[in-house]
Design a protein around this ligand. Structure first.
Ligand SMILES: [Zn+2]
Length: 341
């Protein structure tokens, strides 16, 4: 029998797409969980017959197991409490599929090469001012003029980052990113029909890719830095500081929300961080936001969230069709549907 190509990491991806443990998968095929563990670690290789069984059980084409995997760390996930680990791994595996899609050399459409300015902070305890400087370095490297960023998602895509909105059945997964060296993937949650929050999420993930990359992840300091980066990237201190009111002047905040395309919550926090607003005034404002139900739905809606477009262009391009056949078709369709205009 001819030797099959078999990428061990593909088996794990296919299993995580089903949200199954090795034991659960073993119950559906003729090999043990221990054998599956050995296939996944690359210690042994499955026979052609077993690969066919795995393909049927896992709902992926046999050719799926032959595609090389570009690997990276577990991803920049936020608080891990809200989302069960199986859901997170499922979402991470979907991000891998998105990465596969743009890795195909389609004749008609390819992404621009990635340009991610690396701006690592000196330490995990670097003061906020250092992180703010790095956010401005990225704005400068990308040639963003002064003022609000018009469209964060387009900006990321134009710099070679794959932006993916998750299909609806993954609604409890927050935004996260994976720093693949060729085309990093930023995943935005499907559940936030809120332009301001979605822009902030995208800027937060950009913070991870530029500040942290493959070096550090999974620590609360890293999350704090990405948040500081996002605030500074979307609202540069030297531009917004004088515009922020010192008192709880809602009309002024509504106007700033329209102009800067960020949430009231983010603007209030910015006013406090930059010393425009005292802690007690900030607290009064936050209480008012809660009392008025604005924590759930803020006033001054900004319209639909920014939409990714590059992934859909790849999926629908003629040249990609043949190569897409090696991927699970139902997932390619779900990704396409979640990312079409
Ligand atoms: Zn994060």
């Amino acid at each position: 029998m001819p030797e099959l190509k078999f990428e061990p990491a593909r088996l794990r991806l296919a299993r995580e797409l089903k949200e199954w443990s090795q034991t659960q998968l073993a119950n559906k095929v003729s090999v043990t969980a221990a054998a599956l563990g050995q296939y996944e670690s690359g210690t042994t290789r499955p026979s052609a017959r077993v690969v066919t069984e795995l393909s049927t059980a896992l709902d992926v084409p046999v050719a799926f197991f032959e595609i090389p995997v570009t690997d990276t760390h577990d991803g920049f996930f936020r608080s891990t409490r809200r989302t069960p680990v199986a859901h997170r791994r499922h979402a991470r595996a979907l991000a891998h599929i998105a990465r596969d899609l743009v890795g195909f050399e389609t004749a008609d459409y390819t992404l621009p090469p990635a340009f991610i300015p690396p701006v690592p902070p000196p330490t995990l305890e670097a003061p906020r001012e250092e992180i703010e400087e790095r956010a401005q370095e990225v704005r400068k490297a990308w040639g963003i003029p002064r003022g609000p960023v018009p469209n964060v998602v387009n900006l990321l895509e134009n710099n070679g980052i794959v932006v993916l909105r998750l299909p609806l059945d993954t609604a409890d997964v927050d935004a996260f990113s994976l720093p693949f060296p060729d085309h990093p993937v930023v995943v935005l949650g499907s559940d936030k029909n809120d332009r301001a929050r979605s822009r902030f999420d995208a800027a937060h993930e950009l913070g991870h890719l530029t500040l942290h990359g493959e070096r550090v992840w999974g620590m609360k300091e890293v999350e704090k830095q990405a948040h500081e980066f996002a605030a500074a990237f979307l609202m540069p201190a030297d531009e917004i500081c004088d515009q922020l009111p010192r008192r709880v002047d809602w009309n002024a905040f509504f106007e700033l929300k329209r102009r800067w395309q960020v949430s009231l919550a983010a603007l209030l926090m910015r006013a406090k961080t930059l010393g425009r607003m005292s802690d007690s005034t900030y607290l009064t404002a936050v209480k008012a936001i809660s009392a008025r139900g604005w924590r759930r739905v803020e006033p001054v809606p900004l319209g639909a969230p920014e939409r990714p477009s590059h992934l859909q262009r790849v999926i629908t391009s003629e040249g990609a069709r043949k190569q897409c056949e090696a991927l699970p078709q139902h997932l390619v369709r779900a990704i396409g549907a979640a990312n079409s205009a």
